[in-house]
Design a protein around this ligand. Structure first.
Ligand code: GAL
Ligand code: MG
Length: 984
């Protein structure tokens, strides 16, 4: 039996032991008065907790995850399954254990004070020793653990602190979240001192009428624990004094609650003309609570930034300050490509600023509480937070949900989260965790919450999923994941709905994804009872990895990536890249931003869907008017500025100043419309909306949204061949004997394409497998006939697939102005349903590097993800058109393209399309993308691969959730398209 009691207890296989010697959690935050112990610690990694540390120490920087710097225990990724076979609460005997040690100087002026060590977060069991003495144990990898060191250390002398972190434990079974397994101490280590008379906890309650109530708990750390006589508490809110609630004192006395060991005081005030807190108007007030000794001197202080707001569920609506708000949320993990789960304050702030700029107003802390700073930032910048407890037992969910040995852990994790975060106005909902089945433990934790904090609703997907309309489970909200939007609408219309429906996860952002997001939001906004949800998820968790030795780049990798692309010799690693045999591959890369936080195209889609300002056209003909809508819940439009932008198909674009009308929240107003020039061709009118002044998340002039309307439609059936392109006596375009077009600027002739490099949705949704079976990647082509007549060559071919032959016809006509007109027809047999695309692919000669197009842009867009890409004249380098999704796949498409020009140093290729079409111009053939596992392995071609699609399948979200809707699928039958090619 080991001598060390902390080891002898084997706390890593004892779920009943959630902690030992750990102080209770509290909302009194002492980070601002603490000594920070971050930095270099002596370190060694033991093969198991039963091993004793040897003499061989190395160094490790804290906070940090050792998997990112120690070769013996690299990162591993699993989603649902545990990375090893042991059944709860057992763990493998090989159990990496990190020992961190350093000397600390205890300040001499801490004599007589209560001394506390705080470890911000440790995965998954923390054992604390000071000068060889056992101090405590803690579990829960995402909440701080505090231990009292008073009496163990001597002020003015050094002490040796040892933090032993055991990686695998009974707790790992309830920390089975879909992310990397790392190990380490991932948040700061602090040391602080208080007076023996101290504020043990402070609970703030506010109301929208300005009422403030502050409940304080006071304790003494003197040997007997008895409070000294005469202490009292005072409070102040931005200069306004709080008064002690004498009614509270009277009731406490009458009910014999007054204790020698626990001091309880209630302070009150009413703030006149209070400015209420919402995510749109994050108004904060500074609260200071002071605990005084009998002589009036201050023994302890607690500072809080508080907000006046109320959350309530009325019927099936979630109300913030009485208003039904939309939840435009995202799921956020702790993640950084160099430091794993350690995210600095500056990075966290930058992330939240990004979310604000792209229209998000809510965060679910999937699937564990965040760093305390995250909530400070959410309060300050304005986010509604679903604070989620660190419980996910996915692999053994059912076994654990009613296993009494785990009861403590559930209640402990939920209650400690709430004790810490209860005073944040941003936190509007508590979540009991994720994917842990539904058992008595959940009801126990919910019961604790309902008593401790009746001011916030509770949600838990695992409870509510059994029956969205139930009224007696642990969830106040029906919060499904990835539910088809039709099911949500049907539920809301059924008359059975009993509670708000807000999806805890929806629109899975893996690879090129998030199809139909705009349609989902149209349904949400049109259906009372639906309020939104949280996109899965914020990041691609790609770890920056050196390709030569397979090691994580770690902190040294700063600067080795840009715009989502890694520097040569590096890549974004996903599951399996560190040699794991059990892993879940690229499923870890499913965020709306790249690992380096570069926004993916879906972010622009979201920004537009979430736009505070919308534009609509009313009336007919010359009676048409423009209406501006304010889609916000609490603000008018005075924080915004705008200008009109015109885009004419053949006339370029130009802007004129705009004046936003005064529109109250939820209202609308007709605006003076700018002078719109008539003429041939279509004209689009865009309202470019920006911030009018510098604000907390955006400097003045930051783009907020660009609502767009079409003012003039294109002339009906605009002919491909205008007057200047008349047919004349010109020789027909050249083809080879198979009818393939020969052209000096084309490296590969235009042929039929039915396939795309499968997206993650195509792969996991089963479409890619079907396409492979049908041989759509490279169907065999047979030439049927090549007929030449005057200026025209008509080529008929047959493409053999596993579901019958596709008849394809191309007519190439030489026009007098030098263009080649290409008219195409493809007839898909009835059995050939749901192909990836029907269109043309060709390759250019080398030397083209710039694309200018009139169509949707500037960013990537697809048929079912095209709401955020306004029509206009756009231009970009060919290399920048491609989106570097971690696992290469179909990418870089632009929707609704009317014409485009590819140019290089010597040549120009100009293409006009018969109708707005899906177009892509990249350096990669689809089959090359499909054959490559990581973006850095792609070899760009010197020429361009150009796709012009008559039809392109929607993206959907089938990697986890619904596929695209039927209207974005490609039907069999006849497809016709035409285009002209001009070479200069
Ligand atoms: C959900 C789960 C998330 C994540 C997602 C798929 O089921 O709650 O943690 O795994 O699916 O990426
Ligand atoms: Mg899971």
């Amino acid at each position: 039996m080991p001598r060390d009691p902390l080891i002898a207890l084997r706390p890593w296989e004892s779920p009943e032991v959630t902690s030992w010697g750990r102080l209770p959690m509290s909302a009194v935050d002492r980070r601002d008065r603490a000594l920070c112990l971050d930095g270099q610690w002596r370190f060694q990694l033991l093969p198991s907790p039963r091993h004793e540390p040897g003499p061989g120490w190395s160094w490790a920087g804290l906070p940090g995850s050792w998997a990112l710097h120690v070769a013996e225990d690299p990162p591993r990724y699993t989603n649902v399954r545990m990375p090893w076979p042991e059944f709860p609460p057992e763990v493998p005997a090989a159990n990496p254990t990190g020992v961190y040690e350093r000397e600390i100087d205890i300040p001499a002026d801490w004599t007589g004070r209560r001394i506390v060590l705080q470890v911000g977060a440790a995965e998954s069991v923390l054992l604390v020793h000071v000068d060889g003495q056992p101090v405590g144990i803690s579990k829960d990898s995402h909440l701080a653990a505090e231990f009292e060191l008073t009496g163990l250390v001597r002020p003015g002398s050094p002490a040796t602190v040892r933090l032993t972190v055991v990686k695998w434990s009974d707790a790992s079974h309830i920390e089975d979240q879909d992310q990397w397994w790392l190990g380490g101490i991932t948040r700061s280590v602090l040391l602080y001192a208080t007076d023996p008379l101290y504020l043990a906890d402070v609970t703030v309650r506010t109301r929208c009428d300005g009422e403030l109530r502050v409940d304080c708990r006071v304790r003494s750390a003197e040997a007997t624990g008895a409070l000294p006589g005469g202490w009292y508490v005072s409070g102040e809110l931005d200069g306004l004094g709080l008064v002690q609630d004498t009614e509270f004192d009277r009731v406490s006395k009458e009910d014999e609650r007054v204790s020698d060991f626990l001091g309880e005081v209630r302070l009150r005030t009413v703030v006149p003309e209070v400015r209420t807190w919402t995510a749109e108007t994050p108004e904060l007030y500074g609260l200071t609570v002071r605990l005084h000794r009998a002589d009036g001197t201050v023994a302890d202080t607690s500072h809080h930034r508080i907000g006046f707001r109320e959350v309530e569920i009325r019927g099936r609506d979630l109300l913030v300050n009485g208003e039904r708000v939309y939840i435009r949320g995202v799921n956020r993990h702790d993640f950084h490509p160099l430091t794993g789960r350690t995210v600095s304050y500056e990075e966290m702030r930058a992330d939240l600023v990004t979310l604000k700029r792209f229209g998000f107003n809510a965060i679910r802390t999937s699937h564990y509480p965040g760093d305390p700073s995250l909530y400070d930032l959410a309060d300050e910048l304005g986010f509604y937070v679903v604070d989620e407890a660190n419980i996910e037992s996915h692999d053994h969910a059912h076994e654990i949900a009613d296993d009494p040995r785990y009861l403590n852990a559930f209640v402990d994790r939920v209650s400690r989260m709430a004790l810490r975060d209860k005073n944040h106005p941003s936190v509007i909902i508590w979540s009991l965790g994720n994917e842990s089945d539904y058992g008595a433990h959940h009801d126990a934790a919910a019961g604790w919450l309902r008593r401790h904090d009746p001011t916030r609703p509770i949600q838990y997907e695992g409870a509510a999923k059994l029956d969205w309309a139930a009224t007696d489970d642990a969830s106040d909200i029906a919060c499904p994941m990835y539910a088809p939007i039709e099911d949500c609408v049907a539920h809301a219309l059924s008359g059975e709905q009993t509670r708000p429906l807000i999806q805890c996860e929806y629109s899975h952002a893996m690879g090129n994804s998030n199809g139909t997001l705009a349609d989902m939001w149209a349904a949400i906004e049109a259906t009372p009872g639906l309020q939104g949800g949280f996109i899965w998820e914020f990041w691609d968790h790609g770890i920056l990895q050196r390709v030569n030795d397979g090691r994580p780049a770690g902190r040294g990798g700063a600067g080795l990536y840009e715009s989502g692309v890694t520097a040569p010799g590096h890549r974004w690693a996903y599951g399996g890249d560190f040699g794991e045999t059990i892993h879940d591959g690229a499923f870890i890369a499913d965020g709306v931003v790249f690992p380096d936080r570069t926004p993916k195209p879906v972010m622009y889609e979201h920004r537009e869907i979430a736009s505070p300002v919308r534009l609509s056209v009313e009336g007919e003909g010359s009676w048409r008017v423009l209406r501006v809508h304010n889609k916000q819940h609490f603000r008018d439009l005075s924080w915004l500025a705008a200008e009109w932008e015109f885009a004419a198909a053949d006339g370029g674009s130009w802007t004129v100043p705009a004046q936003l009308p005064h529109v109250p929240p939820g209202g609308s107003a007709v605006v003076d419309r700018p002078e719109v020039p008539g003429g041939a061709g279509e004209i689009w009118l865009t309202l470019r909306v920006t911030t009018a002044a510098d604000g907390s998340w955006a400097p003045r002039g930051t783009e907020v949204c660009s609502p767009q309307v079409r003012w003039y439609e294109a002339d009906e059936g605009e002919p491909m061949v205008g007057s200047e392109g008349e047919l004349g006596h010109v020789p027909a375009p050249e083809t080879d004997e198979d009818g393939l077009l020969l052209h000096p600027l084309l490296a590969a002739p235009p042929t039929l394409s039915l396939w795309r490099a499968p997206t993650d949705n195509d792969v996991l949704g089963g479409m890619a497998g079907r396409w492979r079976e049908l041989g759509l990647e490279r169907p065999e082509r047979e030439t049927v006939s090549v007929e030449r007549k005057d200026a025209t060559v008509r080529v008929r071919s047959r493409w053999l697939t596993g579901a019958g032959a596709v008849e394809h016809e191309q007519t190439f006509t030489a026009l007098v102005d030098g263009r080649i007109l290409v008219e195409e027809t493809a007839v898909l047999p009835e059995e050939l349903t749901d192909v990836a695309r029907v269109g043309t692919v060709f390759e250019t000669a080398d030397g083209f590097d710039r694309l200018a197009w009139y169509g949707q842009g500037p960013w990537e867009s697809y048929p079912d993800r095209a709401a955020g890409a306004p029509v206009g004249h756009h231009a970009a380098a060919v290399d920048e058109l491609f989106t570097p999704y971690l696992r290469p796949q179909e990418s870089g498409g632009r929707h609704g393209v009317r014409h485009f020009t590819l140019s290089g140093d010597d040549h120009v290729l100009a293409v006009r399309l018969d109708r707005p079409r899906q177009v892509s111009v990249t350096r990669h053939r689809a089959e090359e993308l499909a054959a490559t596992a990581h973006h850095d392995e792609l070899e760009p071609r010197p020429g361009c691969v150009v796709h012009i699609d008559a039809a392109h399948r929607g993206l959907g979200t089938a990697s986890c959730g619904p596929d695209t809707s039927p209207s974005y699928l490609i039907p069999p039958g006849v497809h016709r398209w035409a285009w002209t090619l001009r070479a200069l």
